[in-house]
Unconditional design. Structure first.
Length: 595
């Protein structure tokens, strides 16, 4: 019984399980797969790529970029092999070879262009032109043709420019202008220098045409014909000076072709002259009266006006110089006063008052000669001549290194002894006989040092103080000595440059018999000074440097001596010595300085 129950329970459970399996919902089956049909015809993307590659091949070839064209052609052949591609490849490779040959030709032309720019000759630029022409034959595209023609145009421009310069040098101005014009037009935007060169040639041509026309006009003596020639020359004038000349000539000549114009200008010139004269404008008055005189040669009025101008100008000039003379007198500048009177007398010769005052001043302050009496009992005197102030060139370009020429101004007058100081003049004052030569009163003193000379001057000054009238005894400076020696000359000696004439003017080793000679036996220089060349060398006042820091300053010695060659007695010859030295060759002459 129990077994039956178990069987029934198990069977029921199985039924329940089967019922549940049957009644449990199941998922829907998947839909059947769609069938995709393969496209019919060529791939559009491939077609687009092929079209792009074809376009690249064409564009690169047109631009001469043959390597890039061959790369694109290779890609195209891989996508779409075709019988015509091999022919294109052959054509491109041929063009590439030609392009490389063109590149070589361009390099040659460029290298030659650099050399031509350095030498800048017509032959050099012609070679560039020829090489560019050869390269252009190899050009495989528009770009290569453009580049090559650019090189050729630039080189041809330079070639024409060189040829223009060559023609200009040969004096063929017209040919040079024509070539320069071709050069300007040979290439766009010509260099500014080339344009300026062409402009300059054009101006030269017009200047030449003007000069030719002006020359003919100047040479024409008939005023009416000259006027016509200047009318033709005027349009050719470009230079401001030429324009001004042509206008002035036409203005001056117009009255000769137009009587009414002549009369009008004549009257205007007379009025202008009278007005300028009244205003004291003498230059303007003179110019106006001369213009009137040229317009009417036979009329007396312009000549009378010129006489009035001269008289008024002279009167004013005299007044001006006399005022300057009075002013100088007030300042006790006697040389300035006398020279102002001289200027006044040159304008008005014979003016009694000016002449008298000038003589009075000269006698008192600027006598041409001064004679000093050193002793009443013996009659020994010393004569000095006036050396007027002035400028001169000191030195000698053919002399020694210390004789380099330089401009010097002697600011004040002085009086210089006409001879070297004599033994008599020395012994009277110093009561000594320092000379080596025989004692002869008119021999120059020698054997005296610069220091001895200072003592002489110190002793002489009080003896003749009243005669000096405030003037001071001294030695000349070196510049004063040379100025007096030259006496207005610029030659090597005061008598000229001919050494053979020396014997007439000085004593040296050739003619002095080994000793000093009597003073004033040779010819004086132009200012009346004797023995400036040779006899004894002469001490000067100023310093000439030192031999050591603690040594006394050296002093200049000038003129040379009886023991020197003529060359050492030149006006500019310089020597120096210690101030304590004395010798048979050393002497001096004194000067008087104004108060």
């Amino acid at each position: 019984m129990p077994t039956k129950k178990l069987a029934l329970i198990g069977g029921g459970a199985l039924l329940l399980i089967v019922a549940a399996f049957v009644l449990w919902p199941r998922p829907a089956p998947p839909p059947p797969p769609k069938v995709v049909e393969a496209p019919k015809g060529p791939d559009p993307a491939l077609l687009a790529k092929i079209a792009e590659l074809k376009k690249q091949v064409e564009e690169y070839e047109g631009k001469g970029r043959f390597n890039e064209a061959l790369v694109a052609l290779k890609e195209l052949a891989a996508l779409e092999p075709a019988p015509g591609l091999a022919e294109i490849k052959t054509r491109l490779e041929g063009k590439r070879s030609r392009f490389e040959a063109w590149q070589g030709g361009v390099k040659k032309a460029e290298a030659e262009r650099a050399d031509a720019a350095r030498r800048n000759t017509a032959a050099g630029w012609q070679k560039v032109v020829d090489l560019a022409a050869e390269a252009e034959k190899l050009a495989a595209g528009e770009e290569q043709t453009r580049v090559t023609r650019g090189i050729a145009a630039s080189a041809r421009q330079q070639l024409l420019w060189c040829q223009a310069r060559d023609e200009e040098k040969a004096g063929k101005l017209d040919a040079a202008i024509d070539l320069a014009a071709q050069a300007v037009a040979a290439a766009p935007e010509p260099p500014a220098e080339l344009t300026a060169y062409k402009t300059g040639l054009d101006r030269r041509k017009r200047k030449g045409e003007f000069d030719k026309a002006a020359y003919a006009a100047r040479a024409e003596g008939v005023p009416t014909k000259a006027y016509e020639l200047w009318q033709k020359a005027r349009p050719l004038a470009e230079d401001p000076k030429d324009v001004a000349e042509a206008d002035a000539r036409l203005h001056a000549l117009k009255p000769f072709v137009d009587p009414a114009e002549r009369e009008r200008r004549y009257e205007e010139a007379l009025k202008a002259g009278d007005a300028a004269l009244a205003a004291g404008e003498f230059d303007a008055a003179e110019k106006a009266f001369k213009e009137a005189q040229a317009l009417k040669v036979t009329d007396a009025k312009p000549a009378q006006g010129l006489v009035k101008v001269t008289a008024a100008r002279n009167a004013k000039g005299v007044e001006t110089h006399l005022a300057a003379a009075r002013d100088a007198e007030g300042k006790k500048e006697w040389a300035d006063a006398i020279e102002a009177y001289d200027r006044a007398l040159r304008i008005r010769p014979g003016d009694a008052a000016s002449t008298a005052r000038r003589k009075e001043l000269e006698a008192a302050h600027r006598p041409p000669k001064i004679q000093l009496k050193l002793s009443e009992s013996t009659g020994i005197t010393m004569e000095l001549v006036l050396v007027k102030r002035g400028k001169f060139t000191m030195g000698d370009p053919r002399g020694g290194s210390d004789e380099k020429p330089r401009d010097v101004e002697i600011a004040k007058d002085f009086w210089m002894q006409t001879t070297e100081l004599t033994q008599a003049q020395w012994e009277l004052v110093m009561n000594t006989r320092p000379w080596v030569a025989a004692s002869v009163p008119l021999l120059p003193v020698e054997g005296v040092s610069w220091e001895d000379v200072q003592k002489y001057l110190e002793k002489l000054s009080p003896l003749i103080r009243e005669q000096l009238k405030g003037r001071r005894l001294a030695l000349p400076t070196e510049a004063e000595w040379e100025y007096a020696c030259r006496a207005g000359t610029s030659t090597r000696w005061s008598f000229g440059d001919d050494e053979s004439q020396f014997d007439l003017h000085g004593w040296n080793t050739v003619n002095a018999t080994k000793a000093p000679q009597l003073v004033a036996k040779k010819r004086p220089n132009p200012w009346g000074l004797f023995d400036m060349h040779g006899n004894v060398a002469e001490w000067c006042a100023d310093e000439a440097g030192k031999t050591a820091d603690d040594a006394p300053a050296l002093r200049w010695v000038r003129g040379g001596s009886w023991n020197d060659r003529a060359l050492n007695c030149r006006s500019s010859k310089r020597e120096k010595d210690v101030p304590s030295k004395s010798g048979a060759f050393l002497g001096f002459r004194v000067i008087l300085r104004p108060p």
